[in-house]
Design a protein around this ligand. Structure first.
Ligand SMILES: [Zn+2]
Length: 323
């Protein structure tokens, strides 16, 4: 586990939120504490998050024709927020930026795009998004796109020929491939073709909640075998069966389940804060994340295990994947 040499503070990472869209469409800003939504800088501080993945989520009305333009608009929103908060926030482009952010006591911002529609059918667009600071892509949302099929398209179908080229190019650029939202066929195609480990940035265990957005045991085992990580998400729909109420213990249940299946080294956290209106009781916003740690501690998790789940595992993955 990498620690800041000065403060000895572990890196705490949340691998998914849709906060930038909230900022682009509403009146909130990253720098000011709000009573609405789930994430802003003051609340990230309180929740002790040191590295936040900011997904740029493309709404369905912009797909496929306006997806690139919308993505560029969201990138602009992010950069304007970054300019307003330079003393608090640092864009992560290389692995050493993560260490620098820790040293400077800034929150690291890892930019990802949620939906491969942003690159249309062109690798040059992928490379240009990389140049703008994008370091990860969720290859699909729930629909089909030029890369692959999303989770709502049924289990069959997989990566297109273009999708295979995207995997290869992302591997060579040093971009993180995110398989959350893919259908089953596409998931296995990615796992069998990527030279680098991949992430499921916000998905849970299907054995506990049978939803197409969750991963079944076979998928979780393969993900772990290939040194990838499943980041447990707080969306109630993906935590408990329809009709049940999700709370903070439901999240801990998924972590327990995955730990017993593949061990503690392949688990992360991907809240989906600001991407979901419903949240589990006890995890109302990012300030409550330390409470989840406490719940796990009471279940017998060691400090070393908690450090892995709340950041260490993802840090290890990023060290290998991004440059
Ligand atoms: Zn999502």
């Amino acid at each position: 586990m990498k620690k800041n040499s000065q403060s000895n503070k572990p890196v705490r990472i949340d691998c998914h939120c849709d906060t930038i869209l909230e900022i682009a469409t509403g009146t909130r800003s990253l720098g000011e504490r709000s009573s609405r939504g789930h994430i802003d800088i003051p609340r990230l501080r309180e929740g002790q998050i040191s590295l936040q993945f900011f997904a740029l989520y493309i709404e369905s009305q912009f797909k496929p024709i306006g997806a690139l333009e919308r993505t560029l608009e969201l990138i602009d929103t992010f950069y304007r927020e970054l300019a307003e908060n330079t003393s608090q926030l640092k864009l992560i482009k290389t692995f050493s930026d993560i260490e620098a952010a820790q040293e400077e006591n800034k929150i690291g911002a890892f930019l990802t795009v949620e939906g491969g529609e942003a690159i249309q059918e062109s690798l040059f667009l992928l490379r240009n998004l990389y140049r703008l600071g994008i370091r990860g892509i969720t290859l699909t949302w729930n629909q089909r796109n030029a890369i692959a099929d999303g989770a709502s398209e049924g289990p069959h179908g997989g990566l297109s020929r273009f999708g295979l080229k995207v995997i290869e190019e992302m591997n060579s650029l040093g971009m993180l491939i995110d398989v959350s939202h893919m259908n089953r066929g596409g998931f296995f195609d990615v796992l069998n073709n990527s030279k680098m480990p991949v992430i499921a940035s916000h998905s849970n265990a299907r054995a506990l909640c049978n939803h197409p957005r969750n991963l079944d045991d076979e998928q979780i085992v393969l993900l772990a075998e290939k040194k990838g990580i499943i980041c447990v998400t707080f969306v109630p729909e993906f935590l408990v069966p329809v009709g049940s109420q999700a709370d903070i213990n439901s999240v801990a249940d998924h972590i327990d389940y995955i730990k017993h299946l593949v061990g503690v080294d392949y688990i992360g956290i991907g809240s989906d804060f600001d991407g979901t209106e419903e949240v589990p009781a006890g995890l109302e916003d990012v300030t409550k994340v330390p409470h989840l740690e406490e719940v796990l501690r009471q279940r017998g998790y060691t400090e070393a295990e908690l450090e892995k789940i709340f950041g260490g595992n993802v840090l290890r993955l990023l060290k290998r994947v991004i440059k």
